[in-house]
Design a protein around this ligand. Structure first.
Ligand SMILES: Nc1ncnc2c1ncn2[C@@H]1O[C@H](COP(=O)(O)OP(=O)(O)OP(=O)(O)O)[C@@H](O)[C@H]1O
Ligand SMILES: [Mg+2]
Length: 351
């Protein structure tokens, strides 16, 4: 089965052609980072307008790179939730036109399900051997941070075990980077600097370390960095900056890793996966790999291109949804909320 996937939930316009065994035939991502960088964050109206400009060229390029035409496709999949509604709407409405014109079936995909299933994508020789079900997935992206038990490749077979009560891990990376004058998006910059610094040299308190829970909280950690910058100013020395980045990243990745393996233990599963933009973080990848080895468990890490937003993961999730009978009509709507059941109440409970 051949699927065209379309992604426009945030600041990346993506189109990809993927086979239902996970083989990626093409994956085109048009990033809007430069457009939003000068504002230090994403401006929803600018994002929607840029998706509109990019949609046609990105789809044309994805089909050409895969050497297929619309007629060769079995189904078209589009991200319809969660995300910026104006941005999502562009992809959803444009895809209805494509599906109507080519007489192909349409399926709506939850962007988070795409991130969770991104470990199944195969881009080349070095692609990881995919996990088998069940496994526990740590989804760490710009807007979400949560743990899921995954019993199969469909939203109905995924259950949230715990999520963040406030900021997402990626959001914490981005906000801390902004405080440190590192620009947007901050994750890759902190990752780079952390490799040169000394983890633990700046004493940050670990979030939610005192209570036995699979929930996360990162806003307090961000405040700790804000207070440090207030006390000593934005670091001018490269060494100090690297130490702050290394210490911050160490606390975040240690928290993520501990809860991921605690969840796997509680669920009695021996495979863990990660997904989302922060899954590209070198510190997190090394930690998860080492801990799995120590425990005799299997950790599957998506390739870097599969971590941050891409349409290949949407195409694959769409293939799985289509195979289970999901179909969307021309009334498919874009919504800001995920379809995954959410158990964690924002801002609630002891820390
Ligand atoms: N190497 C890295 N280390 C840490 N964070 C990273 C790295 N690379 C990317 N990120 C972070 O990943 C986030 C972007 O990920 P992604 O594209 O999955 O998020 P999103 O699509 O904006 O959010 P969501 O998927 O929740 O809607 C940003 O917050 C970015 O800083
Ligand atoms: Mg994303």
């Amino acid at each position: 089965m051949l699927v065209l996937g379309i992604e426009s939930s945030c600041d990346e316009t993506g189109a990809a052609v993927v086979r239902d065994d996970g083989l990626v035939l093409s994956d085109v991502v048009q990033s809007q980072i430069d457009l939003h960088a000068r504002y230090g964050g994403i401006i929803p109206e600018l994002a929607a307008r840029d998706h509109l400009r990019s949609f046609g060229p990105v789809v044309t390029e994805a089909l050409a790179k895969a050497s297929v035409t619309l007629a060769d496709l079995d189904v078209i999949a589009v991200t319809c939730r969660p995300g910026l509604v104006g941005a999502l709407l562009v992809g959803v409405q444009a895809v209805k036109g494509l599906a109507w014109a080519s007489d192909k079936p349409l399926v709506g995909v939850d962007h988070l399900v795409g991130h969770i299933l991104s470990v199944f994508l195969r881009r080349g020789e070095k692609s990881p051997e995919p996990p088998t079900f069940p496994f526990v997935s740590l989804l760490v992206s710009g807007g979400h941070t949560a743990l899921y038990r995954v019993d199969g490749p469909h939203v109905s077979l995924m259950r949230e075990l715990g999520a963040t009560r406030d900021d997402a891990a990626g959001e914490a990376f981005d906000k801390v980077a902004k405080l440190l004058g590192l620009g947007y998006p901050g994750g890759p910059a902190i990752d780079r600097l952390a490799a040169q610094g000394r983890a633990g040299s700046v004493p940050f308190t670990r979030p939610m370390a005192r209570i036995d829970s699979l929930e996360f909280s990162f806003s307090g950690l961000k405040t700790q960095v804000a207070q440090l910058v207030e006390r000593e100013g934005v670091p001018t020395s490269g060494e100090r900056l690297a130490d702050i980045c290394a210490s911050f990243q160490d606390v975040v990745t240690d928290t993520l890793q501990r809860k991921l393996f605690r969840a796997a233990e509680e669920q009695g599963v021996n495979q863990v996966v990660i997904g989302g933009g922060v899954a590209a973080n070198r510190g997190l990848r090394a930690r998860v790999t080492a801990e799995a080895e120590k425990r005799g468990m299997r950790a599957v890490l998506p390739e870097l291109a599969s971590c941050t937003d891409n349409a290949a993961m949407i195409a694959y999730a769409g293939a799985m949804a289509f195979a289970r009978g999901d179909r969307a009509g021309f009334d498919l709507a874009a919504t800001s909320r995920t379809s995954l059941p959410q158990g964690t109440r924002k801002g609630r409970g002891a820390r």
